[in-house]
Design a protein around this ligand. Sequence first.
Ligand code: ZN
Length: 253
Amino acid sequence: MKFVNSYYKPGKQIISLQVLNQKVSKNFKKASKYIYDLYCPSCHKARLSYVNKTANKKAYLRTVRNSKHKKSCRYNFVTVSKRYTKQYFETLSSTQVQAKMLSVIRSLSKRKNSSKKAKRISRNIIANLFTLPAKKNKTSHVKILRQKKLNGYLRKNQLQNKLFLFYGQDLYLKTSNKKTVKNFDYLELHKNSSSKIYVRVPLPITMSNTLKSNINSINNGKKYTFIAIGRLKFLKNYSPDLILINADALIFQ
Ligand SMILES: [Zn+2]
């Protein structure tokens, strides 16, 4: 596990890897006061070590061997590969996938306007719903699907081709049809009813009847909560496409 930030205990502050690199290159002796007192930026419990750069490798931060994170620390969880998640979703029935998506929607609508504590609980519920079993004999770590809120600018270098549970609130939905050889239908996500397309979802060719009827009854002036599992494909001079992991991995309300 690599870190981009660290917690410097004596100063009670978060120091980024970038700042550490600057300190080290300026004056290693002075920087050593920092680099021997670094902890996990999330739980502040596990010790981190700063591994200096070499001729062909950049400097990085990693957990010191046998140094433990707090049980609830997010760095205890290993995020899953695309292939593994896809395989896992193939073992679920379409009803099971839809049930999971529905729980996320419920949890999100409860989260809105609620207290900090309720928000944390709902975040945990969502994380648990998408906790995937670890592969046998490989590691005892629990695997979770990354989550990304659909608001603001979507960074290509962070999101491109990685699998996420995407969720958005107060989004406007529209459908469109691209007249190509395949005659593809799209679901468009807009941040304002009149704004340009934010994200475009190519719709699965075989959709469940529920999804089909939901799409047919979209109200262009209404704000929706939207959830999908998939990856973003960035297109030149255009909004990114959200490629669904499977035909059931899309829900809105
Ligand atoms: Zn930690």
